[in-house]
Design a protein around this ligand. Structure first.
Ligand SMILES: Nc1ncnc2c1ncn2[C@@H]1O[C@H](COP(=O)(O)OP(=O)(O)OP(=O)(O)O)[C@@H](O)[C@H]1O
Ligand SMILES: O=C(O)C1=C[C@@H](O)[C@@H](O)[C@H](O)C1
Ligand SMILES: [Mg+2]
Length: 164
């Protein structure tokens, strides 16, 4: 069984959709950000402020590698996982990558208190411009997240038919 990897901007819906998809197709769900926080027993925002982004990125790669040893799971990645080619090589070895594309105006409406890189909302557009090419480059499937959750899960299930 292959893994299903969700990539996309912060607040594009990876964790929410990953969890709902897990109920639908009976694949175990791992949120890579939560997994990292549990393994390190620290919050990502503390890791960023105390040790910096580079150190966080090292941990992110370490735990993506660990999770990718499993199979038949859904992984929602951190929004910046596409920044390192190595992360994508790791997850793509036994995974199908789905880019959840959500409009910036909808992303901007969410509460971003727990997202260190979005403390300043001006950063959102900048992050999007930096990353949009990467999300497309590494995705096997693009799913527009522009409807209610039931519709989105159905879109994903249809897109995955015959691929896992
Ligand atoms: N199609 C949608 N309709 C309504 N709300 C949505 C939709 N997609 C996402 N959301 C909401 O957006 C918020 C952010 O979603 P979520 O936390 O799943 O994003 P994420 O991609 O995991 O973010 P992060 O990269 O920060 O972990 C949640 O409150 C979620 O319910
Ligand atoms: O967009 C990003 O670079 C990040 C997104 C979050 O999911 C976390 O992985 C972390 O806050 C970094
Ligand atoms: Mg999330």
């Amino acid at each position: 069984m292959k893994n299903i990897i969700l990539i996309g901007m912060p607040a594009c819906g990876k964790s929410t959709i990953g969890s709902l998809l897990s109920n639908e197709i009976n694949f175990e769900f791992y949120d890579a950000d939560k997994y990292l926080e549990e393994c390190e027993n620290r919050e990502i925002s503390d890791i960023f402020s105390e040790d910096g982004e580079d150190y966080f990125r090292e941990l992110e790669t370490k735990y993506l590698e660990e999770l990718s040893k499993k199979d038949g799971i859904i992984i929602s990645t951190g929004g910046g996982a596409v920044k390192k080619e190595k992360n994508m090589e790791i997850v793509k070895k036994n995974g199908i990558v789905i880019f959840l594309n959500r409009k910036l105006e909808n992303i901007a409406k969410e509460n971003h208190e727990a997202r260190p890189l979005l403390k300043n909302l001006n950063n959102l557009k900048k992050l999007y411009d930096e990353r949009i090419k990467l999300y497309h480059k590494y995705s096997d499937i693009v799913v527009e997240n522009d409807d209610n959750m039931e519709v989105i899960i159905n879109r994903i299930v249809m897109a995955l038919k015959g691929k896992i």
